[in-house]
Design a protein around this ligand. Sequence first.
Ligand SMILES: NC(=O)c1ccc[n+]([C@@H]2O[C@H](COP(=O)([O-])OP(=O)(O)OC[C@H]3O[C@@H](n4cnc5c(N)ncnc54)[C@H](OP(=O)(O)O)[C@@H]3O)[C@@H](O)[C@H]2O)c1
Length: 371
Amino acid sequence: MTTPRSHTAVAFVGARQPLEAIRVPTAAPEGDEILIRSQFTASTPLDLHRADGGLLMQPGAIFGSTTAGVVEATGPATSGRLRAGDRVFGWAFQKPQYRAHQEYVTAPEWMFGKIPENISPEEAATVPENLITIFNTMATDLGLPTPWPKPEDYVPDRADDPILVWGAASSVGQSALQLLRWYGYRYVLATASPSHHQYLKGLGASACFDYRNPDVAVKVLAAASETQGKAGVRGEAAVPFIIDCIGSRDGSMRPILEKKIAQLGSVVAVMLPVILTHASAEQAPEYEMDAPKVARELLGPEADSSGVTVKGVRTFFIYDNSPFFKEKLPSEILPALLEQGVVKPQRFRIVEGETILEREENALREMREGV
Ligand SMILES: NC(=O)c1ccc[n+]([C@@H]2O[C@H](COP(=O)([O-])OP(=O)(O)OC[C@H]3O[C@@H](n4cnc5c(N)ncnc54)[C@H](OP(=O)(O)O)[C@@H]3O)[C@@H](O)[C@H]2O)c1
């Protein structure tokens, strides 16, 4: 196939401005790059943070990071692992031509893996961003090992420590439950709306709590202490590891910190950005990228003596932090976990629209409305 000369992409104009469909030159694959005809992408809250909050965006920037599609051509220095006609999926954002919300993506081969036979491209598109985020959170922020290949008899050192996944019904939360279970963590506590509890237990939660219940902290702490008693673990903190999948100052960080679910010795990994004010049709959002700063404001004078470590998760840096993840995660680990059913595709909704621009606008509107 010859590389098309140009294609349509969706670009940012300014915060809370309508998006724009632009024509961009299609980059022929050079060196280790592949050219992909995109079939599906995933719209995520980051799109909303960008569209409505202008988060880390310049005018003209193209949206999106996750692409599922078909390889059309390969560059001269590719390894041969991926060939024209292969169905691939991956997560790439570092250059405009890698971004996902456009008809063709040209990006390095290592950033993509083959879609397993038993998985459709739309299912595949639901996986990379969340699963890569959880690998990064475990390894970089919580210091929990992620051995690959995982030895048959692998039991992690902290297998019996309670881990709280706050916001487990979120896409990131569902990936967290599945990956923690697979690595052998036995006591993964989760917060979510009650209608999801049964489903989340099926993904790996050992107990679920309604985050809207005013007693949620008391209940989580009681479950954690009971768990520690059963397992004979005597750590300093009732819940040593907390993944805040929501990153909302008032909706997640406040209960975790003020109600002392996080205690001396706890590490809290917060998905950035911290949301101070949610985007809505009427209101511009407000964000903060410094999670420890938000924690200090919430804890006040107690902050320094609390012994709680708060970290902001920044998955965009995962490949700078880990050459191993760069080599293995997109090409080998993600396809294998998906093929083996360790990680299920997320439940999804196909956003309809006549054009790529209309679909993008519809997806943003649905996220603003909290669909
Ligand atoms: N920094 C990074 O590296 C990184 C990477 C990925 C994502 N993120 C960020 O992480 C956040 C979540 O992303 P996502 O795609 O997983 O979101 P999502 O799938 O859109 O999450 C939606 C779910 O969040 C739950 N939720 C909302 N408010 C909650 C609260 N106060 N407490 C508990 N659960 C709550 C709701 O659960 P119920 O239905 O149970 O009510 C809802 O179903 C976004 O802000 C995203 O930008 C950051």
